[in-house]
Design a protein around this ligand. Structure first.
Ligand code: FES
Ligand code: FES
Length: 159
């Protein structure tokens, strides 16, 4: 008898099913089976946020999540923000404020910010810093990322 599991979940708005090994990690499944390569593996231990995705409205580190735990859940990766010619307000704010340098942290950072702004549409700087404390950026010094969050929050509240 196979120990593999069939999982079904919503991925960026589409129903998907897949057979996975019990030990399969969500990040690897997203990258290797669905070609969603924006979420990155860096620490692989839930410490840096490079692999952040949103599952049922919560931001999670997909490098420490079993793929089997995606079963029945609503999963969003940064690719799911694609709306054709219109950039998501958080992505637009990153460009506007120069909050991207090497870009390795950016997809995870954007998803963490989507979660942060969904929870708190008008965060002050302390709330932004707290909201991003699990996401490491080695390049920007964070100030432009914080500016991007403030700018995106204004855009999203106006929209
Ligand atoms: S790669 Fe997942 S938290 Fe660092
Ligand atoms: S832009 Fe390089 S790690 Fe954040």
């Amino acid at each position: 008898m196979s120990s593999e599991l069939e999982i079904s979940f919503i991925l960026n708005g589409q129903a998907r099913s897949l057979i996975v090994a019990p030990s399969a990690v969500a990040l690897s499944v997203l990258r290797d089976d669905f070609d969603l390569t924006a979420a990155k593996k860096a620490c692989g231990e839930g410490e840096c946020g490079a692999c952040t995705i949103i599952v049922d409205g919560a931001s999670v580190c997909s490098c420490i999540l079993y793929a089997a735990d995606l079963d029945g859940r609503n999963v969003q990766t940064v690719e799911g923000l694609d709306a054709g010619d219109t950039l998501d307000p958080v992505q637009a704010a990153f460009i506007e404020t120069g909050a991207v340098q090497c870009g390795y942290c950016t997809p995870g950072m954007v998803m963490q910010i989507k979660h942060l702004l969904a929870e708190n549409p008008d965060p002050d700087e302390a709330a932004i810093r707290r909201g991003l404390e699990g996401n490491i950026c080695r390049c920007t010094g964070y100030s432009k990322i914080i500016d991007a969050v403030k700018s995106a929050a204004i855009t999203m509240r106006a929209g």
